[in-house]
Design a protein around this ligand. Structure first.
Ligand SMILES: Cc1ncc(COP(=O)(O)O)c(C=O)c1O
Length: 480
């Protein structure tokens, strides 16, 4: 057992109080398992370079308060704490002090449920290396020069073919534009659509990348609330937007899939208003339930949709290759921009070989099965460990799920408390346009980068950390 209290004899509190507080805190955070034997007084005093009396007094205080128990001739053991006891000793919803939060940052994170992490263990490194080497060994040294502004033609051909087969996108390679990352794509679009003083509607909560890439430009971002099935069309129609940015296949961050009826309404609006729909299909490859819904672009009969995609989820974020499919009406203007290519030519060409040899689609199939399994384990563990204290949404697609915790505490408190226990989970407040600190704000759990075992262990620890913060069962009967 690691006992690493920060004892400082310059502090006002005596060493025994500091040691007592350390144990009390760790026991309340379930760092030490119930029934675990504490080190003997002499051993601990020796390790910490303090007197036996210091340790003895700390143990006596913990004993008196019921945190530990003493067994004859065996020593001291961590006592079982019932949740009522913890509730009375831990003040729910207390903001962590600044001292706590800096300590917390230093603390090693055991399990990080980051939404943008992918599974790197199953990346086909050998194949990737083979194609990269082939390229570098080739006689054609042209690959070392600047490539095409719009992106490598081979990659654009491979993409238009793939997008048609897998996402129902109708396009020619001439309509495909490559760039380094989705924010670069949005930047090009800003130049292209000549937004000056125009209104771009976006989901609220929605992808912060849009706000970041258009910050400081002459464009008004209009947040539109999302409902159970995505963007609220009723609210959207009130704001008279010139264009709308949406993530219909897997709303970011809340995870709902927009049904076909809503898609048709949006397309009708774009056609009537001669406006643009920017469809970000960032993880459309990973759909686990329900019938596949084609992209909006694929059912658009009036060429009003600008389709955006990325290799960040389906392959790796490190490659920084994203793309868009422009409607024919925007192509001429795009050509006149003469915007330099931002994605590496070498990566684009390696990627082309990888796709042309069928490895990308094979990789997607493999990863879909793997992510589906990871998601199933995550959902099963949440159900069996957290039970009625939470409910889950957004599980039909993608690499993260949305967890609604039945608690009176704001999500920020739950996130900070999880972090203290070594678990990193993410809030949704940074995706909102308005500032809300409501208890009903959900928490995001990515699962792509964690192993099956990590997922199980992480959820168990998370549950322990949140135990004092759950609503009681009577309060829980109302679903948030
Ligand atoms: C909504 C959305 N679009 C696009 C991306 C990918 O961005 P990029 O292509 O810059 O990696 C992400 C990544 O998480 C995302 O959440």
């Amino acid at each position: 057992m690691e006992i690493i209290p920060k004892l400082d004899d310059r502090l006002k509190d005596s060493l025994y109080i500091q040691l007592y507080r350390y144990f009390k805190h760790e026991i309340e955070q379930f760092t030490f398992e119930t029934g675990m034997r504490l080190p003997s007084i002499r051993y601990l005093a020796d390790r910490l370079n303090v007197s036996n009396t210091t340790v003895q007094m700390a143990y006596q205080q913990l004993l008196a308060e019921g945190y530990i128990e003493s067994r004859a001739r065996s020593g001291y053991f961590i006592a079982e704490l019932d949740s009522d006891f913890i509730e009375s000793t831990v003040t729910p919803c207390t903001k962590l002090s600044s001292e706590d939060s800096s300590e917390q940052k230093e603390k090693h994170i055991l399990y990080d449920f980051f939404m943008s992490d992918i599974d790197t263990d199953h990346f086909p490194l050998a194949s990737w290396r083979k194609y990269a080497n082939k390229l570098l060994n080739s006689e054609h040294k042209d690959v070392l020069k600047y490539g095409e502004y719009q992106g490598e033609l081979g990659l654009r051909k491979a993409l238009s073919d793939y997008l048609h087969r897998s996402r129902g996108v109708h396009c020619t390679p001439e309509q495909v534009v490559i760039a380094s990352g989705t924010q670069s794509i949005l930047h090009i679009l800003y130049q292209l659509i000549r937004w000056k003083n125009k209104r771009l509607a976006m989901e609220d909560p929605g992808y912060q990348g849009v706000r970041r890439s258009l910050q400081g430009q002459d464009i008004k971002l209009v947040p539109i609330p999302v409902e159970k099935d995505g963007l609220s069309i009723r609210e959207f129609k009130k704001v008279q937007a010139d264009a709308v940015y949406i993530t219909p296949s897997h709303q970011y961050p809340l995870g709902m899939v927009m049904p076909i009826a809503k898609r048709i309404q949006l397309l009708a609006w774009a056609n009537e208003q001669e406006s643009w729909i920017i469809e970000d299909d960032y993880d459309g490859e990973f759909r686990y339930r329900g019938k596949p819904i084609p992209s909006l672009q694929g059912i658009d009969e009036h060429s009003r949709v600008i389709y955006i995609g990325t290799f960040s989820k389906s392959l790796m974020p490190a490659i920084r290759v994203s793309y868009m499919v422009l409607p024919p009406a925007l192509l001429e203007t795009y050509k006149h921009l003469e915007w330099g290519q931002t994605a590496s030519r070498l990566h684009q060409q390696t990627l082309t070989l990888f796709i042309e040899n069928g490895e990308w689609e094979q990789h997607i199939r493999k990863m879909r099965t793997l992510y589906k399994k990871k998601q199933a384990v995550l959902l099963e563990t949440i159900k069996s460990v957290m039970g009625e204290h939470v409910h889950v949404s957004g599980q039909n697609a993608g690499l993260h799920i949305v967890l609604h915790v039945k608690s009176n505490c704001p999500a920020d408190t739950l996130i900070a408390c999880a972090e203290k226990a070594g678990i990193k989970v993410y809030g949704t407040s940074s995706y909102l346009n308005q500032n809300k600190t409501s208890c009903s704000l959900p928490i995001l759990l990515g699962f792509g980068g964690l192993s099956l075992n990590d997922i199980k262990q992480g959820i168990k620890l998370l549950h322990k950390a949140w135990l004092p913060y759950y609503k009681s069962s009577e309060q829980c009967s109302v679903t948030p």
